[in-house]
Ligand binder design. Structure first.
Ligand code: FES
Length: 159
């Protein structure tokens, strides 16, 4: 669902149009719509009287922001050094194989987005995969099936 200008304006009003509220406003729009559409960014630029290029600069600087629609579920595989030496590549390969998309893409049915991150700060648990904000540590290729099968507990949530 595309963000409407009305929704962006409502969120801007909630933050009282404060200039330093750009990031919180973008966070709120993304939380509501799942991503930052061009329409939303233009509405923010206009509503906050900030040049569009500056709004795009912030929206593209932080990895937490997405300019593309994301899936209903977000799978984020850590590919940092500690996770890599513990087998993160095999886990990511299996995620890509089972979802049928490459990292950075969303499945055709809009169910899953697959993303990567360089380090989640939980290196001792590597390889780590985060699904919908829940950490899954010590992941193996074999765990991926359970992880995507709707039974995250069986894959060792937060272990
Ligand atoms: S390298 Fe994966 S959590 Fe640090």
């Amino acid at each position: 669902m595309a963000t409407t200008g009305h929704a962006a304006h409502r969120i801007i009003e909630k933050h009282a149009g404060a200039r330093d509220a750009l990031i919180p406003i973008l966070q709120d729009i993304q939380a509501e719509e799942g991503y930052l559409s061009q329409e939303a960014l233009e509405a923010v630029s206009e509503g906050m009287s900030i040049p569009l290029i500056q709004v795009y600069g912030v929206a593209t600087f932080f990895r937490a922001f997405s300019l593309e629609p994301r899936g209903r579920r977000v799978v984020c595989a850590c590919t940092g050094t500690a996770c890599h030496v513990r087998g993160a590549s095999a886990v990511l390969d299996e995620l890509e194989r089972q979802l049928g998309v490459c990292a950075g893409q969303t499945t055709g049915d809009g169910e899953y987005s697959l993303e990567t991150v360089n380090c989640l700060g939980a290196c001792a648990l590597g390889p780590v995969v985060v699904v919908d904000g829940i950490n899954h540590g010590h992941m193996t290729r074999a765990d991926v099936q359970h992880l995507l099968g709707g039974e995250p507990e069986s894959a060792g949530a937060d272990r």
